[in-house]
Design a protein around this ligand. Structure first.
Ligand code: ASP
Length: 333
């Protein structure tokens, strides 16, 4: 029988209603009482790593989660992490970079409703996750939620309340789970040994453009961060009307070794700076990176992973465009 480590980090799935609203309370070992049927196909041990509303999750916590999986890796056949839905897509992406090529599955799950309610998605999500983590053909980092298996780098929270909270962006789901059966679409079982990374560089910022935004905000971002992801409009461009100073600011900080990455605010289909003059000219001039079909969550956490061991511009570029856990498809130009 497969041995699974269930790691609890908090979230709605383990929350109870207090006088100030829902807060994480149910402990990891109590969770198993809600999915007794799982004893038929796996043996589960639990680890209470933290108990957070995932709004409070930060890069240091990601290092702790990755470290826990690394230190228990040999003892278990698979891992299920219970996590709040709000930042689950970031955690799934960052774990995809910190635990690469894992033949053993690392599954994140959570729910929109607490597990101790009569009507809840939590029991199904937890049971599906254990089923998926205990299956011989599973591997890599993924989210299992509302019957979908989504690559860890492709998930985005799209709904705040409905059970189908997550979508797989610009990439198909890896599998679906229906009535206790895993129907796989396109996943290849990873072989060999996992590669672990322990550290992150959290000095990565996201600057969202709105029409008329003061250019000086970008200057401030570059003072704080080693890399800035600029969330622009449509296929991606930098405003260049006379009252903007973006070009001057980008040039100044580029010479000082800072990294600028273009991303789009549009959820589907990704960036392509080659389409419009506002994108193409600036990309050529300043050697910007762009996210293409990657999610914002993947781009940000990939930079945190890369910058933890190199700031060399060419190496950052090479690694950023090297696919990890299905994160980027677009033919890079
Ligand atoms: N605020 C909760 C969290 O992210 C929401 C959830 O789990 O659904 O921890």
């Amino acid at each position: 029988m497969k041995k699974i480590l269930l790691i609890a980090t908090g979230g709605t799935i383990v929350s109870r209603l207090g006088k100030n609203g829902l807060a994480p309370q149910i402990k990891a070992d109590e969770l198993l009482n809600y999915v007794p049927q799982c004893r038929e196909f796996c043996e589960v041990q639990t680890l209470q790593l933290m108990n957070l509303d995932s709004t409070n999750m930060c890069p240091r916590d990601w290092e702790v989660i990755a470290g826990a999986i690394r230190s228990h890796y040999e003892e278990y056949d698979g891992f299920v992490i219970c996590h709040g839905t709000d930042t689950m897509a970031f955690t799934a992406a960052v774990l995809s970079y910190m635990i690469q090529n894992s033949p053993k599955p690392v599954v994140l799950t959570g729910s929109q409703k607490p597990i101790d309610l009569e009507i809840t998605d939590a029991r199904t999500n937890l049971a599906d996750s254990l089923l998926y983590a205990a299956d011989e053909d599973s591997s890599g980092v993924s989210i299992v939620f509302d019957g979908k298996v989504i690559a860890g780098t492709r998930a985005k929270k799209m709904r705040t309340k409905s059970y189908n909270a997550f979508s797989s962006i610009n990439y198909p789901c890896l599998a679906v789970i229906r009535d206790g059966n895993i129907l796989r679409y396109n996943q290849t079982k990873l072989q060999g040994k996992p590669i672990f990374y322990d550290k992150l560089d959290s000095r990565v910022g996201v600057f969202k453009l709105i029409p008329g935004v003061p250019s000086d905000i970008l200057d401030y971002y570059f003072r704080l961060f080693d890399a800035v992801v600029i969330e622009s409009f449509g296929t991606g461009g930098i405003p260049d009307a006379p009252y903007y100073r973006f070009a001057e600011i980008i040039e100044k900080w580029r010479r000082l070794g800072k990294i600028l990455v273009m991303c789009t605010q549009v959820t589907n289909e990704g960036s392509d700076m080659s389409v419009y003059e506002v994108g193409k000219s600036v990309k050529n001039k300043f050697g910007l990176l762009e996210t293409y079909d990657m999610t914002l969550e993947a781009a940000v956490t990939k930079l945190m992973w890369i910058l933890s061991f190199t700031h060399d511009r060419d190496e950052v570029r090479r690694l950023f465009y090297t696919p990890v856990n299905y994160d980027i498809l677009y033919p890079v130009r």
